[in-house]
Design a protein around this ligand. Structure first.
Ligand SMILES: [Zn+2]
Length: 560
């Protein structure tokens, strides 16, 4: 492709509000352009890159026997009737001119399951894995980080249908292996981590996380090979025998003008480890008070799972008053109509401090028997230095971008949508389902997070929009132009994988753009052209090599 003939513009300045490297570089290098908050246009080079990612995904999915089709984006809202509440405001809802309700597909479990239900009726037609690569829509209040969290994004979503859990496991393992192949081929540094299954239940869920400082997920990593999302990672608590500690009498103390845990612990001359903090949630089962040690944080997902909640959000100050307490001073003594769940750490605490449910008052010297605890569970968030649940060595925490997930759905959707098959004995059974997603556009941004330097992007070859980027040093030099054109025509005739910068720009501008664009190999046609020589540069390390044009073309034919 000749740059002068394509739709191409680079920018020196970072786009406004861009926080991540990938957002800045993809916009500056002219791969994408923001049209609105969380909505992007893929420009010609960006589209080519995206198609290269899709090609790898398709190839591996097809090899695994998955079958591609395409569902509509515009869907009747009624097919999501059973989980409209779960989507809440994240679903784009619209009406047609007759007043009928539609939505833009946020995920496609229902349309796929309807299709399978209406097309498959015998065990002989199973197992089947169907997939599509399609746009998805979510009304993200916090659209940010460019393609990482957008309102319109591209997903590969697949759904498996099996006759038994045993057979499901085989579909699931097939997808696990396929995902490893895909992300390895795409050149990503990633981890398959144990993930939360949420309200679906079931034990099988793996997230594929690209390591990145700007990742929105925190991952527990241990040298023994244990990897888990902090939402899921089990915290090990060794119970200490507290029976010989003298338990003091609980006492209410006035703690005026004390707002933070730091202020409180300094006021009472104690440590945050001796304080029990409370977080109050409004849930589908009523008000839930979650307790953990003062130096730790509650992991909301663990609370949701421990109590099997379908809705969980922070309680309002009014709701806190309704349980006989007041925001900032919540404790688990004399609460009304609240479910209290405490982290396992609290079993080991004695003579601790807790809110007195009265403005400006705390209790000191509190012990377990003083509290009204309904459940103990592991509900705190893992932090670096905690002990690994597998090998008991200290864990590390790294950040990651979720680029894929494989997930056991069981019979959740097949039961609700009555998706059944007839088994060998002619008995009607629900199909066992799994779902398997890859964030295609998000993968593009994760690759740029990992594959870039201060000058620009460094594409892995398999994704790069072109393999070779020819730069003519002096656009007024006939010899350089002739050599560059000859090189371009010859490579183009071999595999159409070459970009030539033939613009009337200075050499400096063109070289900067070449570094920004990140095509793996840059060829400079400069003064050496008079001797039929060119400069061959690897973008990765900018190492240079002078080579003969004809030798290069011969080599290209053989090994590129
Ligand atoms: Zn370990």
């Amino acid at each position: 492709m000749r740059i002068s003939k394509t739709f191409f513009k680079t920018f020196r300045e970072n786009p406004a509000n861009a926080e991540t490297k990938s957002h800045k570089l993809l916009v500056r290098a002219g791969y994408i352009k923001q049209l609105g908050n969380g909505i992007f246009t893929y420009l010609p080079l960006g589209l080519k890159t995206l198609e290269n990612i899709k090609a790898v995904i398709r190839e591996e999915m097809n090899k695994a026997g998955a079958i591609e089709l395409q569902m509509p984006i515009l869907l009747p809202q009624e097919i999501y009737a059973n989980r409209l509440d779960t989507f809440g405001n994240t679903m784009y809802k619209l009406k047609d001119s007759t007043g009928k309700d539609y939505c833009l597909g946020p995920t496609h479990e229902e349309p796929f399951t309807y299709l399978v239900k209406e097309s498959i009726n015998s065990y002989k037609q199973l197992p089947i894995i169907l997939y599509q690569i399609q746009n998805k829509y979510r009304d993200e209040i916090r659209a940010r980080f460019g393609l990482q969290r957008a309102k319109e994004f591209i997903m590969k979503d697949a759904y498996s249908y099996d006759t038994s859990y045993e057979n499901f496991k085989s579909s699931y393992n097939k997808m696990y292996n396929t995902y490893n192949k895909i992300f390895t081929r795409l050149g990503l540094d990633y981890l398959p981590v144990e993930a939360d299954n949420g309200v679906m239940g079931g034990n099988n869920s793996i997230e594929f996380m690209a390591k990145a400082d700007v990742g929105e997920d925190e991952l527990v990593v241990c040298e023994c090979g244990y990897y888990a999302n902090t939402e899921k990672a089990e915290c090990v608590v060794e119970e200490i025998n507290t029976s010989d500690i003298v338990k003091l009498e609980k006492q209410m103390v006035h703690t005026p003008e004390v707002k933070t845990i730091e202020e409180l612990t300094s006021f009472l001359n104690t440590s945050s480890k001796n304080f029990v903090k409370a977080v109050v949630y409004s849930t589908d089962q009523g008000i839930v008070v979650a307790l953990c040690r003062g130096d730790r944080e509650i992991e909301e997902v663990k609370v949701r799972n421990a109590l099997k909640l379908t809705k969980i959000e922070m309680a309002t100050p009014e709701e806190i008053i309704s349980i006989g307490s007041v925001a900032g001073y919540v404790g688990a003594i004399d609460l009304k109509n609240a479910i209290v769940i405490a982290d396992n750490d609290i079993k080991n605490m004695t003579n601790f401090v807790i809110g007195a449910n009265i403005q400006d008052y705390h209790y000191i010297n509190v012990n377990l028997e003083n509290l009204q605890i309904d459940y103990f569970a592991d509900i705190k968030k893992a932090i670096a230095g905690d002990l690994c649940p597998k090998c008991h060595k200290p864990i590390k925490i790294v950040r990651g971008i979720e680029v894929g997930q494989i997930f056991e759905l069981g019979t959740k959707y097949s039961e609700v949508l009555d998706c059944k098959f007839l088994d060998e004995k002619g008995k009607s059974q629900y199909m066992i389902m799994g779902c398997y997603g890859i964030g295609v556009s998000r993968t593009l941004s994760a690759i740029v997070e990992q594959c870039s330097d201060e000058k620009g992007i460094i594409w892995p070859e398999i994704i790069a929009p072109y393999k070779i980027h020819i730069v003519i040093a002096n656009n007024k030099d006939e010899t350089q132009i002739n050599v560059a054109n000859k090189l371009y025509e010859q490579i183009n005739s071999i595999d159409d994988n070459v970009l030539i910068d033939d613009r009337n720009e200075s050499f400096g501008v063109k070289l900067n753009d070449a570094e920004l664009l990140g095509i793996p190999y840059i060829i400079i046609v400069g003064r050496g052209a008079t001797n039929n020589k060119i400069e061959f540069i690897k973008r990765k390390d900018m190492s240079k090599l002078e080579v003969d044009v004809d030798e290069f073309i011969n080599q290209y034919k053989k090994s590129f």
